[in-house]
Design a protein around this ligand. Structure first.
Ligand code: ADP
Ligand code: MG
Length: 328
């Protein structure tokens, strides 16, 4: 059982960043309006995630760490229509099988909180403890019991950078949640939970990177696009600053990256990768989700319309600005 869980863990959890992603999604699923992420050593030795969500009842705690146990929806088709981010019930069991986890949690109804420890998939303790409403996960020494996997980790600095950009994207995708990121005791990101997208972009990237923001707006039959394109128009070297969210989720799609780049390139011949933040709303019936434990692959039934709309939205934003400049 240990081995099976460790192998399964490899598919869900391959680096500290995936721990942070799963635990942040759980926090948001739990209705948290504030989430704090603290890491040390690139998250390899220390990750602490605190939320003010619904908490877990004491009796439910050991169950939550079982493989395939979820209190959420199970249907893959519903994935993009329901509000819940997680649904596989694999994250906690996977994380616990390859690290040392301490959980402190309290529901609003309970009189006291609970503290649970599980190391390498083995329960250490479950006791009552005073705690505020919400949940704190402390994950120490990732892969301490799977040295082969630990060897594949990059430097603490690189692992930390992955986490940092994950949190940036999470913060951008949820302007309504206050997200705080503390790295090696230094506060890196702190959003208030009631920013508009533009403020949020400036808060996260700063004017230096985002520049002036040109609003992007397009409404097509099956897709709605809104967001911002950064100016000055300079190529970014890679896709780091191509941010987009589909129905509020960060999901990668080559089609969308390509549409963004082609739209940009069509206007700015010498440039390739823009700074852009787009929110796409697509009717769920046009989405096909292919789920592998470690990643989600998205396919569109209306591929052409999606490509075209994104391409047009980017192109027209640039063209519109250029016209105004020429006229004035
Ligand atoms: P999933 O998110 O797919 O349901 P997980 O393994 O990530 O599976 O979590 C298992 C269960 O633990 C969740 O279904 C939820 O009931 C509970 N849980 C996990 N994290 C939290 C949290 N931060 N607050 C409240 N409940 C949580
Ligand atoms: Mg989950």
């Amino acid at each position: 059982q240990d081995t099976i869980n460790q192998i399964a863990a490899g598919e869900v959890i391959d680096r500290p960043c995936s721990v942070v992603k799963e635990l942040m999604e759980n926090a948001i699923d739990a209705g948290a309006t504030a989430v704090t992420v603290e890491i040390k050593d690139g998250g390899i030795s220390f990750i602490r995630i605190t939320d003010n969500g619904c908490g877990i009842e004491k009796e439910q705690i050991p169950t939550a760490f079982l493989r395939h146990s979820t209190s959420k929806i199970r249907s893959v088709e519903d994935l993009l229509t329901v509000s819940s981010l997680g649904f596989r019930g694999e994250a906690l069991s996977s994380i616990a099988s390859v690290s040392q986890v301490e959980l402190i949690t309290k529901t609003a109804e309970a009189l006291t909180g609970s503290r649970y420890q599980i190391h390498g998939g083995k329960e250490i303790s479950l006791e009552e403890i005073g705690a505020p409403d919400g949940t704190t996960f402390l994950v120490r020494n990732l892969f301490y019991n799977t040295p082969a996997r630990k060897k594949f980790l990059k430097t603490a600095q690189t692992e930390g950078a992955y986490i940092s950009s994950l949190i940036e994207r999470m913060a951008l995708s949820r302007p309504d949640v206050s997200i705080r990121f503390i790295q090696n005791n230094q506060s890196r990101i702190h959003t208030s939970g009631n920013h508009n997208l533009k403020d949020l972009i400036y808060m996260i990237y700063g004017r230096e990177i985002a520049g002036n923001l040109l609003p992007v707006e397009a409404v097509k039959e099956t897709v709605k696009i809104s967001g911002y394109l950064g100016k000055p128009l300079i190529s970014r070297g890679n896709r780091t600053y191509e941010n987009y969210f589909i129905n509020g989720r960060y999901i990668k799609s080559n089609l969308i990256n390509k549409a963004i780049e082609d739209g940009y390139h069509s206007y700015m011949m010498q440039h390739k990768y823009p700074f852009v933040v787009l929110q796409l709303e697509i009717e769920p019936e046009f989405l096909d989700v292919n789920v592998h434990p470690s990643k989600m692959e998205l396919r569109f039934r209306n591929q052409e319309e999606i490509y075209d709309s994104v391409y047009r939205a980017v192109h027209d934003t640039l063209a519109g600005k250029e016209l105004i400049r020429k006229v004035s």
